[in-house]
Design a binder for this molecule. Sequence first.
Ligand SMILES: [Zn+2]
Length: 302
Amino acid sequence: MKPAPAVRGLALAAALCAGVHAAPLGAQEPLRLFISVDMEGIGGIGTGAMTSAGGKDYATGRELMTDEVNTVVEAIFAHDARARIVVNDAHGDHQNLLHTQLDPRVVYIQGALKPLGMVQGLDGTFDGVIFVGYHAKAGDPDGFLAHTGTGSVKGLWLNDVEVGEGGMNAAFAGAHGVPVILASGDSAASAELSALLDTETVTTKTAETPAAARLLHPEVVRGMLGEGVARALERLERGGYEAFDLGTPVRIRVRFATTIHVDILMSIPGMTKVDGFTVEYTATSADQAYRLIRLMYRFVQT
Ligand SMILES: [Zn+2]
C-alpha cells in the first residue's frame, strides 16, 4: 500500500488533533485526480485541420486524444487502483473524446456550455490536476497553434504576469489549493508551464511553424506520458508540489482583437478600459477571475 500524500497526511493529523472522527488507521483515501484535455498539444496532431470538426483527419485526432487520456488513466490506476478520476473535455465545443472508447473507470464531462470551461468540475477535493494536449499562449512564436481562449484574445495577464490557458487554469486550481502535477503539450507549452508552475511536463512535439508540427510517433508520446504520470504521482506522494496560488485580489488584464469587444465589455460594472483593445478588472479571487475571463471571451462575442 502506498504511503499517504503529505497533504492528506496533514489533514488526517489535523482531524485527529481536533478530536474529529477520522478513518481508521491504515484506511487510505483514494487519489482524486482531475484531467483537463485540450487537443492542439496531443501527440500525432500536426495540422489545425485535425483539431477541427469537419477538418481532414479530425476523426484520427479524436482517436489520438482518447488514446492519450487512456494512457494517463492507465498509469494512474497502476499507481492507485482505487483512484477517482474526472476527465473534462476542454477543446472547441468540448465534444471530442470518444466516450465509448474511454476507460470506463473515469467520469467524463462533455459539452462547452459551462461557466468554468476547461476546469469545470474541479474543486478543492482533488489531489492534483493533469493537463493533457495543451498549447502555448497567444502570440508565442514558438508555439504550435498557440492561442488563449479564442482568436479574439491577444493577451491575458493575471497580476501583471502574462498567462495562457494553462496558467489561467492552474490559477483556478491554485485558488482551491490543488497543484498541477503534470502538463503535456508542444515544446512551447511545456516551456511556458514549467517556467510558470511547479509541475512535471511531457513534450509531445515541436512547432516547425506556428501551423505545422515536427511530430514524434504517437506511441512514443504515450510511452513518455505513462512515465510522466508515474513520476508525477511519486512526487505528489512526497508532497512535492506547490499549488499556483495567486492570493487575493487578482487583477485581470485582457487584450482583445477589436475595440468593439472592449466597448461591449465596459457594460460590466467595475470594468476599466486601459486602451482601445485592453480592459482591466480587479477580481476578489482567481475563482472569480476565471469565471469573468471565460465570460469575456467565450460568452461575449463580437
Ligand atoms: Zn483547444
